[in-house]
Design a protein around this ligand. Structure first.
Ligand code: SF4
Length: 511
């Protein structure tokens, strides 16, 4: 909850007070991320033991009975075992003054609890409350604690590569609770990160930050202050409350639905009294200065106007050569890739060949049925796009060009051939975002193409879902998964084609 609170206060609030019936079931991709995190932890622990670390102990307690988990963890700490995996830490937090007490000292560690307000979800109790934490690993070190000449330091194992601030705050929180449980605040807390390995959290800096965040969190929960909705595509796409938050944001015409309105820009708009879509659409961009840069202000107002009027608006631009920036040719290729990031694999190179004269559209799904086939599909791709070296190749993100460079390097394609190939690439996403503002909530392929009434054949398909489907194919050899991926990739190519044609027409009239 502390992790979620730092990313979105509303999420942490809903996890306690929200109606669970409104929560979205986890997607295949979310399940996959959870499984990967657990598998990663297991492999790190196994690797440590292989390298000579002492065997770890895990507290045994009934499922969900975290109080029994705390007792079992304390017993292991008293015994002085070297390493405790998935221990449970808790301290009691008094009601009025928020005074902290060691586990078992007060009323709340006992069977009966008094003055509790039981929230609909989980074991959370307020105003008297428990602070509970689940460090991945506790490691014994020399020192003084109530248990003897030893103490424990917390370690969290993350799939991420960076020591994100929110990870450090949670590690400081483990250390904080440990301080109460063992009578000595550990001097260290650690993160184990993917590829980068161990990272020491500076507790001197992180502890005060953590305490401030924790107090804010408790206040939000105790006072039942429901934080405002703020739709952020990156955060909300993996949140189980999106199905309930999005309709609220939509009904409010919330400014977070306007592309470009970040949390910090939102604060500025609030301060300036621009709290509705209409007010922002009608604002004079100069009135947003100096809080926002002129170009940012102009784009925000233009974006709001486009949504308010439900019309595309051309961006101001100098004269341009349409045939150069967005060529139209008798034959055009539309290219889209499906990748498996965990395997560092690009397993589907999909190419839609559009022959405008013959009025045909032919799709080539160059598919690596096994990871080892990537080299073969790369060669097939080079053969296919090499048949006519003049034909433009349209795609919808920088990813395709970056992947070409990766594959060319990996499979030793001559640099001159790669350069010639890349010179034919036209990024439709770059062209549309630099030339026009659309009445949409995001500039993703799906959002733009849907605005143009393009429909994917499979409504549940997405890039993330394809990652899960490919995993499933490798595990089960269920060919329907590969077919679904190829269908989705083909639709992505068609969607890019639709957007490219729309943009070319729009720019012709705009010139
Ligand atoms: S959907 Fe977004 S706004 Fe709603 S709780 Fe989740 S992260 Fe927060």
């Amino acid at each position: 909850m502390l992790l979620h609170f730092q990313r979105c206060q509303r999420r942490a609030f809903l996890d306690v007070w929200g109606d669970r019936d409104l929560k979205d079931p986890p997607s295949d991709f979310q399940r996959k991320l959870t499984e990967e995190r657990l598998a990663h932890q297991r492999s790190i622990l196994a690797e440590q033991i292989r390298q000579g670390a002492p065997v770890h102990h895990q507290p045994q307690y009934p499922f969900r009975d975290w109080q029994a988990g705390v007792k079992a963890t304390i017993e292991l700490m008293q015994q002085g075992v070297e390493r405790i995996v998935r221990g449970v830490l808790a301290v009691e937090r008094g009601g009025g003054d928020g005074e902290m007490g060691r586990w078992g000292d007060g009323e709340m560690g006992k069977e009966e609890t008094r003055g509790e307000l039981v929230t609909p979800n989980s074991e959370f109790r307020i105003p008297n409350s428990y602070l509970v934490s689940y460090p991945d690993l506790l490691v014994k070190e020399p020192g003084k604690s109530i248990f003897g000449d030893w103490l424990y330091v917390p370690i969290d194992i993350h799939l991420g590569k960076r020591p994100k601030p929110e990870y450090q705050i949670v590690a400081a929180y483990h250390a904080y609770l440990l301080g109460f449980l063992q009578g000595t605040l550990p001097e260290k807390a650690w993160l184990i990160l993917r590829e980068k390995g161990a990272y020491r959290v500076e507790l001197e800096r992180s502890l005060p930050q953590m305490q401030a965040i924790l107090e804010e969190y408790l206040q939000t929960i105790v006072q039942q202050q429901e934080p405002e909705v703020f739709i952020s595509r990156q955060l909300c796409s993996l949140c189980p409350w999106l199905g309930s938050c999005y309709p609220i944001a939509k009904s409010q015409q919330h400014l977070s639905l306007i592309p470009g309105v970040t949390p910090s820009r939102y604060q500025v708009l609030q301060k300036l009294g621009l709290t509705t879509l209409e007010s922002l659409a009608q604002a004079d961009p100069s009135s947003l200065e100096p809080d926002l840069e002129r170009t940012v202000a102009e784009q925000l107002v233009r974006q709001a106007k486009s949504i308010w009027q439900q019309e595309p608006i051309a961006k101001p631009h100098t004269a341009f050569d349409l045939a150069r920036i967005l060529p139209t040719a008798p034959i055009e290729l539309y290219f889209d890739i499906e990748a498996q990031p965990d395997l560092n694999l690009d397993y589907l190179l999909g190419v839609l060949v559009v022959d405008r004269q013959a009025q045909t559209e032919t799709f080539y799904p160059l598919l690596a049925e096994q990871p080892a086939d990537e080299a073969a599909i790369w060669q097939q791709f080079l053969d296919l796009v090499g048949t006519d070296p003049e034909v433009p190749i349209f795609h919808f993100s920088p990813y395709e060009a970056e992947t070409i460079k990766r594959l060319a390097k990996l499979y030793r394609t001559p640099a001159s051939q790669t350069r010639a190939l890349l010179s034919r690439f036209v990024d439709v996403h770059q062209r549309i975002t630099s030339m026009v503002t659309l009445p949409i909530e995001s500039y993703s392929l799906k959002a733009i193409a849907s605005w143009l009434n393009f429909q994917w054949r499979d409504a549940e398909a997405s890039g993330a879902q394809c990652i899960c489907w490919y995993d499933e194919w490798l595990r089960t050899s269920d060919r329907s998964r590969l077919d679904a991926i190829a269908r989705y990739n083909e639709d992505d190519c068609h969607a890019t084609y639709r957007i490219k044609d729309w943009l070319a027409n729009f720019l012709v009239y705009d010139r």
